[in-house]
Design a protein around this ligand. Sequence first.
Ligand code: NHR
Ligand code: GAR
Length: 203
Amino acid sequence: MSNEHNIVILISGSGSNMAAIVRAARRDNWAQKYRARVAAVISNKADAGGLAQAQELGVLTEVVEHQVFSDRDDPRGAFDAELARRIESHRPALVVLAGFMRILSPSFVAQFQGRLMNIHPSLLPAFPGLHTHQRALDAGCRVTGATVHMVTADLDSGPILAQAVVPVVLGDTAGTLVERVLHQEHLIYPAAIEAWLSQHAAA
Ligand code: NHR
Ligand code: GAR
């Protein structure tokens, strides 16, 4: 049976969300339910730990290093154009940012409008951008969490698909929050993707 609904996952780091998605796709039979599969994992860093994880899971990996474009007139534009070309070669129904750490240009976002999803480690609209856990601690938040959202040209501000709330407890550090929030991310991200597939890709 053909898989018409290819999912491409973009990573920069350890890839634990990517692995959770690949495992959920297999466990919950996305191939049969939605004719969907994870077609490729693409990293902008050659040393991303998630690349080895993906290979162990038997998923095709590719690297598009942003550093290679640093001497161009428009490094971001050149990187985004090459990344878009490599993603499109997989004819994706859905592109998933999973710990992908490069801001994407408006033209990239336009090309993948409506099929580009992100997970962000805060309860948006609180704390868009970087260093979310330290900022939540500094603000004295009693809860924090994670948000799955559609990507728009404005950073971390597209339509929200799912959120998980995590308590902040006495003695928490950015490190303890990373782990508590990641555990929830691994639950809500596959669930949000499956909900999207059930609406956009029913077999
Ligand atoms: N691109 C657009 N247009 N819109 C979004 O909502 C995006 C996006 C690209 C990535 C993920 C993101 C997050 O969830 C994401 C959402 C990286 C940065 C960043 O500042 C900010 C947000 C996000 C990812 N990156 C630095 C940069 O100059 C580089 C930092 C680094 O390499 O460590 O691109 O929070
Ligand atoms: C996750 O916590 C994700 O929410 C966050 O990076 C981590 C990646 O972990 N994303 C961002 O901070 C985006 N700016 P992973 O590589 O193990 O999935």
